[in-house]
Design a protein around this ligand. Structure first.
Ligand code: ATP
Length: 349
């Protein structure tokens, strides 16, 4: 393909010959300047995939190509330092006794000494840390340390940057500002990257595309909007955020379900499983004139400031509905639940 930078094909890794593969026929591509997130629960094989790409592990099957050159396959193994790949670790791994400037210079091995300071200064400008160049890591906030770790990995101008849970050691507020800042830095440096995370909000807000991983396999690859609004499976639907999953009887673009008759995103026939996000449902007070939708009773209310989540008891099941904060219902209210969007038909798996 014309534009791809990295191609991973059928990558497969077992740590024990008897066990199931930890990474199972994983295939994806990363384009120039793209931020690609691998998202999945703990133990699904994300870190192992990243370590295979970095060259810290050997693959059993499949291949990894960077700019068309094979880095890894069962018969080829280019050593990590010869791959042109940068790595940012979860714990930042800065040297505590070196200044910010010297930490960044440390990453520069193959350029003349005279150019090292200028290159490091350029990186510190990019991350907005030049005023802190003489500080030691312990004199920085966690977010600043993480930006220095990114600058150090970017300084040798790698072809691609790999980041393993880079924000997980930061508290909630710092995590959000640091991830916004790191996205800006990557885009400004026009750097391709792979971000490994178990945090769906992080993947949705930072990445250009997301690969969702379950038990060693990539289940779905798409833009944040595609994986969130058009999940392929129940696992993807539930991992990407809260949702309602119901069995339904489909006939074409409509189905009969526990939340009444509902439109579908694609034609289907017979027994299907559907997902509808809570923000794609709405509530109205029950009145004699309200004949559309399905009746229920408000069981519980989570007030979250900008919006409210209601748990509603229906005749055959419960559902969750997000509304904005101008729709105040109380526990015990009789309501009518109405879909605002078609439900997504999930693959059976
Ligand atoms: P987490 O988010 O918890 O780090 P992960 O998705 O990154 O999880 P991996 O670290 O890739 O998952 O681990 C996947 C599986 O492989 C786990 O069951 C783990 O115990 C196993 N594993 C990882 N490294 C090794 C190893 N060196 N030897 C044996 N098993 C390993």
């Amino acid at each position: 393909m014309m534009n791809e930078l990295l191609r991973v094909t059928n990558l497969t890794k077992r740590f024990d010959a008897q066990d199931d593969p930890v990474v199972n026929k994983v295939s994806f591509t990363v384009n120039p300047e793209e931020i690609f997130a691998i998202l999945g629960p703990s133990g699904c094989g994300k870190t192992t995939t990243l370590r295979l790409i970095a060259g810290f592990e050997r693959t059993d099957q499949g291949s990894i190509q960077l700019k068309g050159k094979t880095l890894e396959c069962p018969y080829t193994h280019r050593s990590p330092e010869k791959r042109g790949i940068g790595f940012v670790f979860q714990d930042f791994a800065l040297f505590p006794h070196l200044t910010v400037m010297d930490n960044v210079i440390f990453g520069l091995r193959d350029i003349p000494k005279s150019q090292k300071t200028a290159r490091a200064a350029e990186m510190l400008e990019l991350i907005g840390m030049m005023p802190f160049s003489k500080r030691k890591p312990h004199e920085l906030s966690g977010g600043q340390q993480q930006r220095v770790a990114v600058a150090r990995a970017l300084a040798p101008r790698p072809e691609i940057l790999l980041m393993d849970e880079p924000f997980s050691n930061l508290d909630a507020v710092l995590r959000q500002t640091t991830r916004d800042e790191v996205r800006r830095i990557l885009k400004e440096a026009r750097m391709s990257s792979i971000l490994v995370t178990h945090d769906q909000e992080e993947a949705l807000s930072v990445a250009d595309r997301i690969g969702v991983m379950e038990n060693g396999s990539l289940i779905q690859i798409g833009t944040p909007e595609e994986v969130y609004y058009r999940p392929k499976t129940k696992f993807v639907a539930q991992f990407l955020g809260r949702t309602n999953v119901f069995p339904a009887m489909a006939s074409g673009l409509e189905a009969n379900s526990n939340i009444g008759n509902i439109m579908l995103d694609r034609p289907a026939r017979g027994d299907v499983l559907i997902s509808i996000r809570p923000e794609h449902l709405t509530l109205e007070h029950t009145t004699p004139a309200n004949t559309q939708g399905i009746s229920g009773v408000v069981l519980n209310k989570e007030f979250k400031g900008h919006d409210i989540t209601y748990h509603v008891k229906l005749e055959r099941c419960n559902c969750i509905v997000h509304t904005d904060n101008r729709m105040p219902f109380s526990v015990g209210d009789n309501v009518v639940v109405k879909p605002l969007e078609p439900a997504v038909v999930l693959d059976k798996s």
